[in-house]
Design a protein around this ligand. Sequence first.
Ligand SMILES: C[S@@+](CC[C@H](N)C(=O)[O-])C[C@H]1O[C@@H](n2cnc3c(N)ncnc32)[C@H](O)[C@@H]1O
Length: 338
Amino acid sequence: MEQSLSYLKSLTQNIFDASNQPTILNASNLLYQFYQEFDTFPDKQKDIHLLHGIALSQEHAGDCIKDAKRTIHFINGVFEVITQSIQKFPNTPIRILYAGCGPYAPLILPLLAFFESSQLAITLIDINQSSIKTLTGIIDQLDCQDYIEDILVTDAITYQPKNDYQFHIILTETMFHALTEEPQVAITQNLSQFLIPDGFFIPERITLSLGYSLFGKEPYLNQYNNTYIVKNEANKNRVPLQPLFSIDRDINSTQPFSFESNWITITKDFQEAPDVCIYTFIKVSPSYHLAYEDSLITNPFCITSLYTIQNQPFKIKYQTTNVPSWNIISYKSKQNLS
Ligand SMILES: C[S@@+](CC[C@H](N)C(=O)[O-])C[C@H]1O[C@@H](n2cnc3c(N)ncnc32)[C@H](O)[C@@H]1O
């Protein structure tokens, strides 16, 4: 396999043309294989526990490419937003910050050959040292250094650009389903202040909703050992969803993010839909989104069962301190049940 930017461009053309599950899967597999040809630096840090979430090891970050629809829709969304930015902000290089780029920066490197290096000024950051070392080697081998303004090991939750620098596009995919485990929320809180007023944050918006279901019958993307199947095509048990909150570039940055619902009372029989679930919808860019069960990062997430709560009023609570997570507060015991 060729390790050149022009070959990568041909793979990206496949990505643009992919329109159904087999072609999306094939396009992301070819992209993953392309990156396997490069040397990787040994990862001594592995998963890193930060103040507001876990940063994935080099290996796990690299594997994210295999979450096929995620990868393909993000690449398409980034291309759309770069193209719109070039029209919106003519005669200036488009300044892009890619936070949590991992070892392959797979949401931007495949797009470089579609632009002149004078059109883009890209800053790449990741907290994992080996990921940045591996990526630096790949950039050298692809001879695309002219597109890259800066590449550094730093924490995106506290990162401050030099000299009041602001970006036209900020891109970060540092999340897991229901915004658990990884620090997407805290990173969005810090970075959104460095976006110019008409700039683009990718993803544009992440919306979480509450629903009740029989979790074992929920459709979800099952992806392991090279299988890629959506189990349980339709779930008649799912009760209509209620939106909980969204995060976007307007997120409040002044304090750690948290969410607490009002008291919830389930008055009717719940046997058909006993599980309290969170559903994640990602608007990547103006034209691309990831719906429930489209990807590992939008799969449904079960907090607890109503059988555990036993007809008591309850609240659901989300917090981002330490490891982002969901909890149930029961009225009777006022204690965590999950
Ligand atoms: C889910 S992986 C995504 C990798 C790649 N961008 C992709 O989309 O396939 C998240 C990456 O973000 C990095 N990361 C997580 N939290 C970070 C933080 N606070 N600062 C910098 N990088 C972070 C991890 O080290 C990991 O490489």
